[in-house]
Design a protein around this ligand. Structure first.
Ligand SMILES: O=P(O)(O)OC[C@H]1O[C@H](O[C@H]2O[C@H](CO)[C@@H](O)[C@H](O)[C@H]2O)[C@H](O)[C@@H](O)[C@@H]1O
Length: 254
């Protein structure tokens, strides 16, 4: 099911092959490395695909990061036993190397009033699911698409008057977190330091929240790749049709 669409015209060129001596690779997680499913905790990466991913990180001398709306702890769990550099919760969590510490750019307290309002609002809308990521709250409606308007209304009411927060609309979700960070800013920050600095950024993502990073990378002369068909409009220059194509493209890296 397609829950969202973004702006701008389509180009559908197949991306160039990865060059592991020159590229820095940033990969979205849900919808890019793993298939979308109803239960957010039920995603799984194919073992062969995970081996290729770990192999790519080695070939790039570590210049590979997962850039996700997920918490880094959740990414680690889904990708265990491998660990990667990562930007979690749209950049509000950051880990510059696989074994480094996770920097938190915001705390959970700021969302407490919103958390309470959403929890009480969904008591009468039990088919909506609240995912609490500490520094972000997500209302899921993949299994209740008829409740999209209600989910958006609940989020709008719960965040009314809070200019310090930003509401984002993703694939069958509406999400809130502290303002000031997005995936484009997260990629820009990671590109400032080794092992990413000096390389050409490559970004692969499927959702509206990836558009910040796709735009940033395209503006920097990097390689921007949208995952999905023409129904998903994007600023990206290149396109891979689906998750299987992403993994095949990763496996072909030289
Ligand atoms: O930035 P991403 O790695 O793409 O993470 C975005 C959101 O992913 C998860 O939600 C999405 O995947 C779920 C599992 O397939 C699906 O049920 C949901 O409809 C999708 O939007 C995650 O639950 C969110 O917290 C992330 O923000």
């Amino acid at each position: 099911m397609l829950c969202t669409a973004t702006e701008m015209v389509q180009e559908s060129a197949f991306p160039p092959a990865l060059d592991t001596t020159r590229h820095a690779v940033f990969l979205d997680f849900d919808g890019t490395l793993v298939e979308l499913v109803d239960d957010p905790q039920a995603v799984a990466i194919e073992p062969a695909a995970q081996r290729e991913l770990a192999g790519l990180a080695r070939k790039l001398d570590g210049a590979l990061a997962v850039v996700s709306g997920r918490r880094i702890a959740d990414l680690d769990r889904f990708l265990s036993p491998d660990r990667f550099a990562a930007a979690g919760v749209h950049g509000l969590e950051r880990r510059r190397s696989p074994d480094g510490a996770v920097e938190m750019l915001a705390g959970p307290e700021t969302l407490d009033p919103v958390r309470d309002r959403i929890a009480s609002a969904i008591e009468s809308a039990r088919r909506l699911h609240l995912e609490d990521k500490d520094t972000a709250l997500v209302l899921h409606y993949r299994t209740a698409p008829d409740l999209q308007d209600l989910a958006e209304r609940i989020m709008a009411q719960a965040t009314e008057g809070r200019d310090d927060l930003v509401v984002m609309h993703g694939d069958c979700i509406v999400e809130v977190h502290p303002a000031g960070m997005d995936k484009g800013k997260a990629v820009a920050a990671m590109m400032e330091d080794a092992p990413f600095a000096g390389r050409i950024p490559v970004y692969v993502g499927d959702d509206t929240t990836d558009e910040f990073a796709l735009r940033h990378v395209r503006n920097q002369g990097g390689v921007s790749i949208k995952v999905g068909g023409a129904e998903k409009t994007s600023v990206a220059e290149f396109r891979l049709p689906d998750i299987a194509a992403v993994h095949a493209w990763i496996a072909a890296a030289s």
